[in-house]
Design a protein around this ligand. Structure first.
Ligand SMILES: [Zn+2]
Length: 502
């Protein structure tokens, strides 16, 4: 049925099921008015006001005209990469911030460039997102694409409305290389094989994270530890990890409870296709609809990926250019499962070149194929629900646990009480828990046109109120009890993110 405004006449409303009714109301309300707003309402001066979906009239991002003087389509070694990032941060101090999350075994910095209109400070209420390149050292197309993405953003901000919207409403953290030591021993023109895939101690970094399904006994590596530390400090909403050796967007889970059969078989091996027949069972997350959607956004905006053509006759073809990770082949200790299960960050794996390390003259073509995908994917952070969890005094509640009902992978609020969850249009319930507060369940609606803003106020639990009363009478003897409790409830937040600008 096509819904027209005439259907919304008073006589029609009672006939509609409640969820559908809420959806219609949500559609008619402007972006700044949450359809169901609990607690503190977002005021007119709140930065959330400008957060519209780009589909509401923004033109498509323009094509990028590279300036070879600053960044050419060639491979950059670590010194050149460092020089480019430093020069860019000096040239665009209002749009970029450069920091290092740690060093590789051989002492190379793991540089992250933030690109945003607020590069040094988190914008309260607005999402942080990331891209990670070159986790496998011999898959460097992503590394170069990310350098060009940085260059594209800083040179387009003042002339491209879409880029301006994205950078005004998102903090984009870009780690071009997670495995600089592996890259240093890789060889241009090598399409297959493992030389340079591993870090300097021979560890595969995309098998080095804690795993949801299996005990991962691999010794933690400095590069992995740096990333784990990074994502524990910043609540990333959305992430892409760039690889090479195939052409597909692959989404969690990468692992499955039944992965032993395929242990040790590599993605590009011809054996892989054969073994797939035995174990191609997908391992789906409760957010499978969202992960499929995110993967399709990348694949469909890519010049070729969604055609799903196999790289070689011996390797699999992927319908629409997407796959569940475990259905392709299961692995233990992958980064995307860790992001999702531990921190609620929706990360997918982007395999963007059939050849792992293609000749440099092909890089321009890879950029043309991936430019739109790289930008449109990040914009998906503005889909779904976002808001704050407050106490009755309007103070943010940090580390409140949040779960979308029926999606049993939870996530937590930031120190500002913020939360985000990418969801497709529909009717949902959210469950919110925090220590010392009564749990709360809130219904809300997601529409296509704009994110749903949802603020949730939690009331102190009865137990706490009772304890508080007891403390008040006892406070004559021990006045600190009450003040400690007040401090806990009204904890103030410090709004600076610590960044090294070296
Ligand atoms: Zn890879």
């Amino acid at each position: 049925m096509i819904l027209r405004r005439s259907h919304l006449a008073a006589g029609h409303l009672p006939l509609l099921p409640i969820p559908l009714l809420w959806m219609i109301l949500a559609l008619l309300l402007p972006a700044t008015t949450p359809p169901m707003c609990h607690g503190k309402t977002v005021g007119p001066s709140d930065p959330l006001q400008v957060q519209l979906q780009p589909e509401q009239g923004l033109p498509e991002p323009r094509a990028y005209m590279p300036d070879a003087q600053h960044l050419d389509f060639v491979y950059h070694d670590h010194e050149e990469l460092t020089r480019f990032l430093r020069a860019t941060s000096a040239r665009y101090p209002n749009l970029t911030a450069l920091y290092s999350i740690g060093k590789s075994i051989q002492g190379r910095d793991l540089w992250v460039m933030v690109v945003s209109s607020s590069p040094y400070e988190h914008m309260v209420g607005k999402p942080d997102v990331k891209y990670v390149g070159n986790i496998h050292g011999n898959e460097p197309v992503g590394r170069e694409m990310l350098l060009h993405l940085i260059q594209y953003f800083v040179t387009s901000y003042n002339s491209d409305q879409y880029v301006k919207w994205l950078l005004d409403n998102t903090r984009i953290h870009i780690l071009p290389t997670m495995n600089p030591d592996g890259y240093a021993v890789s060889k241009e023109g090598t399409c297959d094989g493992g030389q340079g895939r591993y870090n300097a101690r021979g560890f595969d970094l995309n098998r080095n994270f804690p795993d949801y399904f299996k005990q991962n006994n691999k010794r933690g590596q400095p590069e992995t530890d740096a990333v784990k530390d990074w994502i524990s400090k910043i609540q990333f909403v959305l992430s892409g990890s760039l690889h090479g050796g195939a052409l597909v967007a692959s989404y969690p889970y990468d692992n499955t409870p039944n992965s032993r059969l395929l242990k040790g078989i590599c993605r590009s091996s011809a054996l892989c296709a054969m073994f797939q027949t035995y174990s191609a069972a997908p391992s789906l997350t409760p957010d499978d609809d969202v992960f499929k959607h995110l993967s399709l956004v990348y694949a469909r905006n890519h010049a070729k990926m969604s055609r799903g053509v196999a790289c070689k006759s011996a390797t699999p073809a992927f319908e629409n250019g997407i796959t569940n990770g475990a259905a392709w082949y299961p692995l233990t200790g992958g980064m995307q499962d860790y992001n999702y299960v531990w921190y609620g960050c929706m990360e997918i794996t982007l395999e963007i070149s059939c050849c792992k390390f293609p000749p440099a003259y092909e890089l321009k073509k890879y950029w043309e194929d991936n430019q739109l995908s790289l930008i449109k994917f990040l914009a998906e952070a503005h889909r779904g629900v976002q808001g704050f969890v407050f106490d009755p005094a309007g103070m943010p509640i940090e580390r409140a646990s949040i779960k979308i009902k029926g999606r049993d992978v939870g996530f937590q609020t930031t120190k500002y009480g913020e939360f985000w969850r990418i969801l497709l249009p529909g009717y949902y319930k959210v469950e919110v828990f925090a220590e010392g507060f009564a749990p709360r369940e809130v219904e809300f609606v997601i529409v296509e046109q704009h994110p749903t803003l949802l603020n949730v106020t939690l009331q102190p639990s009865k137990y706490l109120l009772a304890a508080s009363g007891a403390t008040t009478s006892a406070s004559k003897a021990s006045p600190t009890s009450t003040s400690t409790q007040t401090t806990t409830l009204k904890r103030r937040v410090n709004d600076k993110l610590e960044l090294s600008t070296d």
